[in-house]
Design a protein around this ligand. Structure first.
Ligand SMILES: CC(=O)SCCNC(=O)CCNC(=O)[C@H](O)C(C)(C)COP(=O)(O)OP(=O)(O)OC[C@H]1O[C@@H](n2cnc3c(N)ncnc32)[C@H](O)[C@@H]1OP(=O)(O)O
Length: 170
């Protein structure tokens, strides 16, 4: 595998992929561990992992490249990952055997917030959801982020419930 091979094809993404501030929106690459992918995710939740674990998970996801879409934003002037977001496409039997898209793990580096990077990540994920045939996109978020998602066309529906299970040893 070449070093810059990506999780899924960038041709699926919406143009333009590079904004006026030289931020590139692209598919996650296997070299992004070195570019600070874990550090950005740590601004969302617990996300410390070794490079070997990153590569293992990346390769697992890549086997299902019509299901896992992880987008990152790289600041081309520093070579650092400054935002990320994921879409997981769940194949369904219902609704005409279509798919439901799950938006997950949206995060923008603290020093880059308020510059529409979150908005651009969501726009890219919505575009991917559309071309992958999702009939809806859903997500869970804190109350404090409701307005951000509302600005991106999402509306409050039902409630979220969760049960946390013991983490299996992989
Ligand atoms: C499904 C999930 O992953 S939920 C987890 C969400 N992620 C987090 O909580 C991690 C920490 N937070 C962040 O990383 C960021 O603050 C994000 C992702 C929530 C927002 O990213 P940003 O790049 O700062 O947002 P962006 O600049 O694109 O904002 C777009 C619009 O939403 C507004 N907005 C952004 N965040 C908020 C907020 N928390 N409350 C109200 N409005 C907001 C902005 O003001 C802007 O509005 P405007 O177009 O009228 O000016």
């Amino acid at each position: 595998m070449s070093n810059n091979e990506s999780l899924f094809s960038n041709t699926l993404l919406k143009e333009p992929r590079v904004d006026n501030d030289n931020i590139e929106f692209r598919s996650l690459e296997i070299t992004d561990y070195e570019k600070g992918f874990s550090e950005v995710l740590q601004q969302l939740t617990e996300a410390k992992f070794e490079k070997s674990k990153f590569i293992e998970r990346y390769l697992q996801m890549k086997q299902y490249n019509d299901t896992y879409f992880v987008i990152v934003a790289e600041d081309k002037s520093s070579g650092k990952i400054v935002a990320a977001g994921s879409l997981i496409v769940e194949k369904k039997f219902i609704r005409g055997v279509t798919s439901c898209g799950h938006i997950e793990d949206i995060v923008v580096d603290k020093t880059y917030r308020g510059k529409n990077l979150g908005l651009k990540i969501i726009q890219q994920l919505k575009h991917l959801g559309k071309i992958m045939g999702c009939y809806k996109l859903i997500l869970d978020c804190d109350e404090k982020n409701e307005k951000f998602y509302a600005k991106n066309g999402f509306e409050r529906k039902a409630i979220m419930m969760a049960v946390y299970l013991p983490t299996p040893k992989l």
